[in-house]
Design a protein around this ligand. Structure first.
Ligand code: ASP
Length: 582
């Protein structure tokens, strides 16, 4: 016996007159007593079964018993539907199967949610993921993911990249997140880290002569979960020898275009724009700006030198946004709250009402020159922040994103890709009172900036770049350090003694001394990329089995406690948490 001759979704008028077997899930049953209609579903789509008691007296008995999500096998004849019964919205809508025999292959109790129900609680969806994944949306998303990933692989291979697998159990590679640790039974008291990325392995591979490496790599990071973050995620991981920045960006753009083409979507125009970190932070207050709308930050530091308004006069930077709306007092209070959450001390404003009249407690302190510089459209508001440049950028950047959404300034029909380049190499960690890396410690120093490493680390630029799509960071990469002496100096700025550097990264320092070519690479966060391609607001919708925000898997119940004996074997004792986590 063959289970099926055709997929349910494949039945077409050309099959009329043929006897076929179909198998699938019951999407819907309409029991008219005399006739029973069943929508039978598989991955390819839906086909309508008609069970007629006169034609199939045994099958009708079976059909009365059928409930949603029962698995059925039906044999019968493909017939054309009566003209008034044609369903133009279904690819199979011109035909149906006149059933001769019907078998219930597998049953299903009443469902915890209906498959066509909207707004089902996400934990419930994940608890019964096998049902949830049967839904059209999830079938579509996982298919889209598979198509895009396969096109990316193909393009990488066409470009001469070789897929090399690297270990997950490693000695931690710092990517700025916490490691997941794995105890080792054979060496109690010792731990592997789960790879936050294959960073050092890919560098070693190009040093080893695999001059174009790629991998769809699973990465593990112990971070708080969010819409765009899971403990484990996939990235297109790339590394190339003898590459300049533009070579790497070109490869990534090609991989992205390949995914668009495979999905028969208009690909973004190449080359994607490139803006320096310095420029994006000044203009958009963010290192991942959404360029689908303007609302750029404008500078007023010069104009406000010597201002009567003390907060302007004394501030290292005075900048503003010109929002296309005359905000009410209540709205301004809310915007000020938001600016304060992002570190601003306050939010000064000038509201121009529809008649062009200015409404503002600060207007009377401003000179003619200032007021002239701040002249704006009727029905608009200037929102000012005055403080350290970084703080001003952060607060106005947050306001810009907020207003972009709130005032519906975002042009949803556009796709805005952007490369942000020339990041600072280090960031000052206020809590730890030391320099830390902005990307990772292996990021190359901008040409000509090496001499600043020891004297002025804060002004050293790197060779790092990020890729942004509609305000989401898709990934980052860099041209790497390929000289052992420079790597060692960077470690020192990061506060690692030569001893510690040798202990942690001795293998890298040695490899860099044994014929390391110049090299660089990138990692594209696939789940974010796929979520955006699928038009989904969160990456859980393109991952088959994601964790919820508490970090658990509602389906399997992981993570779970481990029996004492098993822990003892690993030399581990659990210290009960002080407060149970709520
Ligand atoms: N290893 C980096 C990351 O995972 C990417 C790279 O520098 O290639 O973000």
């Amino acid at each position: 016996m063959r289970w099926r001759d055709l997929m349910c979704g494949e039945v077409r008028p050309e099959h009329v007159g043929r006897r076929v077997a179909l198998a699938g899930w019951t999407a819907r049953r309409r029991d008219h007593g005399n006739l029973v209609f069943i929508d039978l579903r598989d991955r390819a789509g839906i086909c309508q079964l008609v069970v007629n008691p006169e034609r199939a007296p045994e099958a009708i008995e079976v059909a009365h018993e059928v409930r949603n999500e029962f698995v059925l096998r039906a044999e019968g004849e493909v017939v054309r539907r009566a003209r008034e019964a044609v369903n133009p919205s279904l690819p199979t809508g011109e035909v149906e199967l006149q059933v001769d025999t019907l078998e219930i292959v597998s049953r299903c109790p009443p469902l915890p949610f209906q498959l066509d129900e909207e707004g089902v609680d996400e934990t419930l969806r994940l608890r019964y993921r096998w049902l949830d994944l049967r839904r059209e949306r999830m079938q579509r998303n996982l298919q889209l993911a598979a198509t895009a990933v396969s096109a990316i692989r193909r393009r990488m291979e066409e470009l001469g990249f070789i897929d090399v697998w690297t270990p997950s159990l490693i000695k931690g590679t710092p990517e700025g997140a916490r490691d997941f640790l794995v105890p080792v039974r054979l060496q109690p008291g010792k731990f592997f880290a789960l790879a936050q990325s294959p960073q050092l392995f890919k560098q070693i591979l190009v040093i080893a002569g695999f001059d174009r490496y790629f991998q769809i790599a699973t990465c593990f990071r112990d971070e708080d979960l969010r819409a765009d973050r899971q403990f484990e995620f996939r990235q297109l991981d790339v590394e190339m020898a003898f590459a300049e920045r533009e070579d790497v960006l070109d490869v990534l753009e090609q991989a992205i275009v390949a995914a668009f083409e495979a999905l028969e979507r208009e690909p973004p125009e190449r080359p994607f724009p490139r803006l320096s970190w310095h420029e994006v932070t000044a203009r958009f207050g963010s290192d991942k700006p959404d360029l689908r709308f303007g609302l750029e930050i404008q500078d007023a530091t010069e104009v406000t030198r010597g201002s009567q308004l003390a907060v302007f006069a004394g501030a290292p930077a005075v900048r503003f946004l010109a929002a296309p709306k005359a905000f009410s007092r209540a709205e301004l209070a809310r915007l000020e709250e938001l600016a304060k959450e992002w570190g601003a001390k306050g939010l000064a404003y000038l509201v121009y009402d529809e008649g062009g009249e200015v409404r503002s407690p600060i207007a009377k302190f401003l000179s003619e020159r200032e007021l002239a510089a701040f002249r704006a459209d009727h029905g608009s508001t200037l929102l000012f922040a005055a403080d350290e440049p970084a703080l001003v950028a952060r607060a106005l950047g947050a306001l810009r994103s907020h207003l972009g959404r709130e005032l519906e300034l975002v042009d949803e029909s556009r796709d805005a890709f952007l490369w942000v380049t020339d990041f600072p190499l280090f960031e000052w960690d206020e809590e730890e009172r030391r320099w830390t890396f902005s990307h990772h410690p292996f990021t190359g120093v901008a040409p000509g900036h090496e001499d600043l490493l020891e004297g002025d680390p804060g002004s050293v630029l790197s060779q790092a770049y990020d890729l942004i799509w509609n305000g989401w960071e898709l990934g980052s990469g860099s041209i790497r350090i390929h000289r052992q002496d420079v790597q060692q100096r960077v470690f020192r700025v990061l506060g690692l003694s030569d001893e510690e550097a040798r202990e942690k990264f001795g293998f890298l320092l040695e490899a860099l001394q044994m014929g390391a070519p110049p090299h660089g690479g990138f990692a594209l966060g696939l789940d974010r990329f796929l979520a955006l391609l699928a038009g989904e607001p969160n990456i859980r919708e393109v991952i088959a089995f994601p964790k919820v925000s508490s970090g658990s898997d509602p389906m399997t119940g992981a993570p779970s406690e481990i029996p004492e004996e098993q822990l003892a074997e690993l030399g581990i004792r659990v210290i009960p948490p002080k407060r149970p986590r709520g």
